[in-house]
Write a protein that binds this ligand. Structure first.
Ligand SMILES: O=C(O)CCC(=O)C(=O)O
Ligand SMILES: [Fe+2]
Length: 328
């Protein structure tokens, strides 16, 4: 295998000029992704057993690789899988039974040294793992019943990441890190960006009422800039996004599954834009003892958060009122 790459001065310049950069071959899928895939295989084992017990599934498709097995079992069982696999909580209707996933392999992915070395080049050596973190396992949209379309399973409309967090984080340096686990292209729903759009301000977002993106907070069409560029990527490549860059997750029009993780990092001590959710110190030269390196403790932070939010009602991360004429 060719050696892994690192972030170069040219990459940082590209990020500054264009608001994003794709660094090819930054991670080794065999080494960095295999434990996560194994964890998700076990997670799917549990879901499949449950769907079978509940009478939703005849054929458990034991032995199929994860992407094909997920696709085929979800299509047959027509049961939700997105929250059970996501590494955050939803923004509404949280109960003690809301499914989520915070396993040790995912924790290690968040802490991958080669990834943090790259993040350090953007945000410096004191690094906080922001709790806005997701995995999005997108089935072919044609195979997905419409009621199952969410931002985790289907297309994501144009938005700026700063537009989906609270305004206390507006002046913070928040870096989005997008990691494809399968290849992603314009057909199966890679990300698309408007290069340079981070140089202008945060534009109005509206709550979508479209059937296919219902509830998503996104930029109304007239405000989306025209120069939209898809970013095909392979496993091992990593995309870094500025929080003001206009971007979208394209629809999966293929017959293949598209799986990615999107993680976020920022300098320690700044607001996260989702204060109700737990982040953690992932790297610190100044205070190495403050780093969280215990996967179980991380999982407990999320379990405690779920318990608290289930008891205390919903939180809102939405700064938009839909009063803009653009939202009509
Ligand atoms: O993966 C996607 O489709 C969208 C991801 C996204 O918007 C993000 O990572 O900020
Ligand atoms: Fe985004």
């Amino acid at each position: 295998m060719s050696p892994l790459s690192t972030v170069t001065a040219g990459d940082l310049q590209h990020f500054e000029d264009q608001g994003y950069v794709v660094v090819r071959n930054l991670l080794d899928p065999d080494r960095h992704f295999s434990p996560v895939v194994k964890e998700y295989e076990e997670l799917l084992d549990g879901l499949v057993d449950q769907w079978s017990v509940d009478g939703h599934l005849q054929d458990k498709r034991i032995g199929l690789p994860f992407p094909e097995r997920l696709l085929q079992t979800v299509v047959e069982a027509r049961q939700p899988y997105d929250l059970a696999m996501d590494i955050s909580l939803p923004q509404a209707s949280i109960t003690d039974a809301t499914p989520m996933h915070h396993g040790p392999a995912v924790f290690d992915l968040l802490r991958t040294p080669e990834l943090l070395d790259a993040v350090e080049a953007f945000v410096g050596p004191e690094i906080y793992s922001n709790p806005v973190q997701h995995t999005r396992i997108k089935l072919p949209e044609a195979a997905l019943p419409e009621e199952a379309w969410t931002g985790l399973t289907a297309r994501i409309d144009w938005h700026q990441d700063l537009g989906v967090i609270t305004d206390d984080a507006d002046t913070c340096l928040l870096l989005t890190v997008w990691i494809p686990f399968t290849s992603a292209d314009a057909e199966n729903g890679c990300l698309a960006v408007v290069p340079g759009s981070h140089r202008r301000e945060l534009v109005t977002h509206c709550t979508s009422s479209h059937a296919l993106t219902r509830g998503q907070v996104s930029i109304p069409e007239p405000l989306v800039e025209p120069n939209q560029v898809p970013l095909p990527m392979n496993p091992g490549d990593v995309l870094f996004l500025h929080s003001l860059l206009q971007h979208a997750g394209l629809p999966n029009k293929s017959d293949r599954l598209r799986w990615s993780f999107d993680l976020r990092y920022q300098p320690i001590g700044e607001p996260t834009g989702r204060e109700w959710f737990p982040g953690f110190i992932v790297r610190s030269t100044a205070d190495p003892d403050s780093v969280l390196d215990d996967a179980h403790a991380w999982s407990e932070l999320w379990q405690d958060t779920r318990t608290r939010l289930a008891a205390g009602g919903d939180v809102s991360f939405n700064r938009w009122t839909d009063e803009s004429p653009y939202c009509a």
